[in-house]
Design a protein around this ligand. Structure first.
Ligand code: NAD
Length: 314
């Protein structure tokens, strides 16, 4: 099949592109390389360096005639979304709408949207949290993801356009960017390998649901095949504290760094953990990697790439 992957030069998107190509699909990547990297791009994918808001998107869609769109391109930094919600909405809402309108005009087969589980439910009192729990996003980033889910439902109900939205937990794995407000696992791995001191925000007792990137790719593949439209949590239903993550990475990397705590981030969520029963039942998906297996693969990647990272820093 011919498939468009927006954000295909990014962390999760590039793994998805690799898998789609491995399975014989023709992939078209749409990415403006704002956080994505050229070196992540699969050489067998066709690449358009373009913003999802561009007025040239219809030309690309008409020329390429894809059947499926995986939409991962986004401004992903929650703190940036708080600092500049207007610019953020332009990318994450208007950019997504630009794709959706083209999806509608060209009557493509399916739209798969990558949403958030971690930033969707706020401080939930049911853990692990199911999709039926009221959405209560506490950042512009989360609000934008929920808004696009509402649009998807509208396009489906009014025009019959199928969709799946995957609400991801905290994803980690090879190629994750360790700069800016990246995933904590990438930050700790990078710091420990480069001999820098990582800092734990607050008491480190805050918990997250960490899901390995290959499991996320598998969920995308199953979402593509599924006949049922809907919203699915993609997580492990296991809570892990930042203190535990720090300890495990220190052990696995053999780092001698100290355990240092900095001030807590204001408004940081205390707990986040997703119930994936719906995805298990309807998509036949469940995570295959436990935290130790996923961390080992991630750490091996950071170890191999550390020479590049340290050279970059000089
Ligand atoms: N990493 C996680 O833990 C996590 C959790 C939940 C949801 N997500 C979602 O998964 C998707 C991928 O995130 P990621 O972690 O791989 O981040 P990433 O920053 O590596 O990937 C985002 C990609 O989108 C591209 N992009 C950004 N703005 C664009 C624009 N205006 N036009 C075209 N391309 C643009 C970037 O260049 C980058 O390649 C995002 O939608 C994100 O919200 C990620």
């Amino acid at each position: 099949m011919k498939i468009v992957v927006t954000g295909g030069a990014g962390f999760i998107g590039s793994h998805l592109v690799d898998r789609l190509i491995k399975e014989g699909h023709m992939v078209i990547v749409v990415d403006n390389l704002s956080t994505g990297k050229k070196e992540n791009l699969n050489k067998r994918a066709k690449f358009y360096k373009i913003d999802i808001r561009s007025s040239k998107i219809p030309q690309i869609f008409k020329k390429e005639k894809p059947e499926i769109i995986f939409h991962l391109a986004a401004q992903v930094d929650v703190r940036k979304s708080v600092e500049d919600p207007i610019e953020d909405a332009k990318i994450n809402i208007l950019g997504s709408l630009n794709l959706l309108e083209n999806y509608k005009k060209l009557k493509l087969k399916k739209f798969i949207f990558i949403s958030t589980g971690g930033a969707m439910y706020g401080e939930a009192d049911i853990i692990p949290t199911p999709e039926t729990y009221p959405e209560n996003p506490l950042s512009p980033y989360g609000i934008e993801k929920l808004t696009i889910e509402k649009y998807l439902n509208y396009y489906y109900k009014v025009f019959g356009l199928p969709y799946v939205s995957l609400r991801l937990a905290n994803v980690y794995g090879p190629r994750q960017n360790s700069k800016g407000e990246a995933g904590v696992i990438a930050i700790f791995c990078d710091k420990m390998f480069s001999g820098e001191q990582p800092v734990i925000n607050g008491d480190g007792k805050q918990t997250r649901d960490f899901i390995f990137v290959d499991d996320v790719v598998e969920a995308n593949m199953l979402a593509m095949k599924s006949k049922k439209p809907g919203v699915y949590n993609i997580g492990t239903a296991k809570e892990t504290s930042i203190n535990t993550i720090f300890r495990k990475i220190r052990e696995l990397t053999g780092s001698k760094c100290k355990k240092i705590h900095g001030p807590a981030l204001s408004g940081e969520q205390k707990r986040s953990c997703l119930d994936f029963s719906k995805a298990k039942k309807e998509l036949k998906w469940q995570p295959k990697y436990n935290l130790e297996e996923g961390l080992e693969k991630t750490i091996n990647w950071f170890k191999k790439n550390e020479t590049v990272t340290t050279t970059d820093k000089k």
